[in-house]
Ligand binder design. Sequence first.
Ligand code: ZN
Length: 77
Amino acid sequence: MPTPTTSGQRPRTCRACGKKFEYPVKGNPATRHHCEECVTLPAETRKVLEKLNTRISQLELQLRRLQPKPAAPPAAS
Ligand SMILES: [Zn+2]
């Protein structure tokens, strides 16, 4: 079902490349889910990028979990 689009500009994250972008911007072809660079890509290419981007996001999440909490400030040299 269609959700009513708000006219206010909000930062969006591109599904394909993960870039943060403003939407909507006058004269900018970016869509709600894709930045102006990825919106021109063929759908199949974008699909692959979206898959990879999802994997990268998951890996980043796992990486963050694995990293020890920065409890102590870096030792002064
Ligand atoms: Zn993009």
